[in-house]
Design a protein around this ligand. Structure first.
Ligand code: PLP
Length: 258
């Protein structure tokens, strides 16, 4: 029996179905990859904004990870919203043992404006998790918040995040004011690559989760980090072009329609 390619996802639950674990499952399924899903937090939200985040008990996550990973060997990991800073050491302990390609979407604030993490979370994430990360996918405002001493300069932010130990930093520009969306891909020993995408007229909910999952899918299937980053962006741009309205707020990526 050929084992199924699988990605371990640690993500929040979004009842709208645009972001979080549902975005992961849909994106991975579209790539023919199985999602192993752990819920880090429940949320109260609609298609406009997040109202509340309710963290999973770190001891429960620990038990879930221990049992699952004793049985299944994933091919890659995707980490999204964490419910609480206390989940970090538990997750880091398990992931350090796995030694797998890891995509981290450092979710700090919802597109609707609500802060989703505590003030000391960015620093803890940098110190504890970044040495394990293959591809970090902050948007521009998350990159600036992760590196407050950078004076807002994205190149300086990326240098600091690479120095923390991750292999690639893809800073997305959907939240910037440029006419096109400019995504910047940084590596320690590779030239910075600029990827430009047409800016679509709508606003989206779950775009970041979709991109990180698409990159994780491609890594699990054997792409190099740069191949996965390029393919993940292309696939996500297609999903955004087919976005659907499920409520009165932002659109969610169309991850099913060909
Ligand atoms: N809810 C969950 C569970 C998420 O993981 C995220 C972002 O990753 C959001 C909400 C916010 O998504 P967005 O900023 O795209 O609206």
């Amino acid at each position: 029996m050929t084992p199924t390619t699988a990605v371990l996802c640690l993500s929040g639950h979004d009842p709208v179905g645009g972001a979080g674990l549902q975005a992961d499952i849909e994106t991975l399924s579209a790539h023919g990859v199985h999602a192993l899903g752990l819920i880090t937090a429940l949320t109260v939200q609609d298609s406009r904004n997040v109202r509340q985040v309710i963290a999973t008990d770190p001891a429960l996550l620990d038990e879930q990870l221990a049992l699952l990973l004793a049985d299944v060997r994933p091919d890659a990991v995707k980490l999204g919203l964490l419910g609480d800073i206390a989940q970090l050491p538990v997750i880091v302990r398990h992931l350090a043992r796995l030694n797998l390609p890891l995509v981290c979407d450092p979710v700090l604030r919802a597109g609707g404006g609500t802060d989703l993490v505590a003030v000391d979370y960015p620093d803890a994430l940098r110190r504890q998790l970044l040495p394990l990360v293959t591809v970090l996918t902050p948007n521009a405002s998350e990159a600036r918040r992760l590196v407050p001493g950078a004076g807002g300069d994205l190149d300086v932010c990326a240098d600091a995040l690479l120095a923390d130990g991750c292999m690639r930093v893809l800073i997305t520009g959907g939240d910037e004011r440029d006419i096109e969306v400019i995504n910047r891909c940084y590596g320690r020993d590779t030239p910075t690559r600029i990827c430009e995408w047409p800016r679509l007229p709508e606003t989206f909910h779950g775009a970041g989760c979709t991109l990180a999952s698409a990159i994780a899918a491609r890594l699990a299937l054997g792409d190099t980090p740069d191949e996965a980053i390029d393919a993940g962006q292309r696939w996500t741009q297609g999903a955004l072009a087919r976005a659907v309205a499920v409520g009165g707020g932002r659109r969610i990526p169309g991850r099913f329609i060909e």
